[in-house]
Design a protein around this ligand. Structure first.
Ligand code: NAI
Ligand code: MG
Length: 354
């Protein structure tokens, strides 16, 4: 039997994970797969009960799971300066202790939402790519990271990677490219950074084992421009931590809504953590109107990468596309088409299941 740990978290987290679990249960029932769901606390909800955003029992349960489905953490309740624990520590902590080094963010321009993207239709039509961002190394984790000198007149951050850290995430990207359109763009700053020159060398070395994959390299500044002016050229992009952080937020503009962006954080085995890219949306929490599609699409990634259920994953993605193309959407999305129906969280979930 497979085990999925559900970490609803805070704000709309419990609402959107409930939707995704309903969709998964419906699929497992249909396909006869034996899967159990176990719920644990993380973030503010865990602080309220245990005094810590990442309790040991949550960590233990995640280590005994095939996949983790997470909602979102945080909210004004836990923002007080006086608090020395923060909900976000739960999120960073679970990614780190699980060793989830590859963050996948698929970017798809859903036809019915294209007109709510600030980018012109002709630029984003047919866009469908995945960014693979290195998640546990580079500038955000490099040491030393400190202020120096008697008057702190100097400051240093360190961009550090081991060969192994680069190889494992690049390998992941190649495997993904093989499953998709066999086209990989590696993004670096090899004209300036030594770490990028090594990154590029390793990509070229690994490429020899994947002769079917067409590999190209782009400098990050130029890639930032290309993401807006010609995003349709991309299929799989791979890059280091900070470049990926910046480019994936930029790319989210293409989809037209934060409520539509899923993500997967993976490592070398099949275990992964799946979560929507948005936060806990405290402004609409508890009203039953949150858009659950990013979490439902994250559940599709869970099926694909952790449970080898490619067909079922594609089924969910198709169902989401169908529901949108029939004009159904939650109130966060703007659609300019005649047969518009605004529905709530439970209703859009029912539509996807049906
Ligand atoms: P947010 O993503 O929670 O909300 C931004 C805006 O988008 C809000 O107006 C919200 O109502 C709307 N929105 C977001 N997701 C939506 C959905 N599924 N359906 C409908 N509307 C949606 O970002 P914000 O406001 O900056 O942060 C709120 C809290 O969430 C903070 O405590 C922040 O730290 C936390 N956060 C947590 C993240 C995580 O758990 N991965 C990521 C980003 C923020
Ligand atoms: Mg970011």
């Amino acid at each position: 039997m497979k085990t999925i740990t559900v970490l609803p978290g805070d704000g709309i987290g419990p609402e959107v994970t409930t939707s995704a679990v309903r969709v998964l249960r419906a699929l497992f029932e249909k396909s006869g797969r034996d899967v159990q769901f176990i719920e644990k606390k993380i973030g503010g909800a865990a602080i309220d009960t245990f005094g810590t955003p990442l309790p040991q029992e949550t960590i233990d349960q995640c280590h005994n799971s095939d996949a983790i489905l997470l909602g979102a953490v945080g909210g004004p309740k836990w923002n007080a300066q006086s608090m020395n624990v923060r909900p976000e520590q739960g999120l960073l902590g679970i990614r780190k202790t699980m060793g989830l080094f590859a963050n996948l963010r698929p970017v798809e321009a859903f036809d019915t939402l294209i007109d709510s993207s600030p980018i012109k239709r002709s630029f984003v039509e047919h866009v469908n790519f995945v960014i693979v961002r290195e998640l546990t190394g580079g500038l955000y984790f490099g040491r030393p990271s400190e202020r120096r000198g008697a008057h702190h007149e100097q400051v240093v951050d360190t961009l550090s990677y081991s060969k192994n850290e680069i190889e494992r995430v690049v390998e992941k990207a190649f495997q993904l490219a093989m499953k998709r359109n066999k086209k990989l763009t590696s993004i670096d700053k090899a004209n300036v950074l030594e770490s990028s020159r090594m990154w590029r060398e390793l990509v070229n070395q690994i490429a020899e084992r994947y002769p079917e994959v067409t590999v190209s390299h782009q400098l990050v500044d130029s890639a930032a421009m290309q993401l807006i002016t010609n995003p349709a050229q991309f299929d799989v992009l791979v890059t280091e931590n900070m470049f990926g952080d910046i480019l994936s937020d930029e790319a989210s503009v293409i989809t037209g809504s934060l409520g539509m962006m899923p993500s997967a954080s993976l490592r070398s085995d099949k275990v992964g953590l799946y979560e929507p890219a948005h936060g806990s949306a405290p402004d609409i929490a508890g009203q039953g109107i949150a858009n659950p599609l990013a979490t439902i699409l994250s559940a599709a990634l869970l099926l694909r990468y952790s449970l080898d259920m490619d067909q079922e994953a594609a089924q969910i993605e198709k169902a989401v596309r169908n529901v949108l193309s029939q004009g159904y959407h939650t109130c966060d999305l703007q659609m300019e088409q005649p047969n518009n129906h605004i529905v709530n969280t439970a209703e859009i979930t029912d539509l996807v299941i049906n």
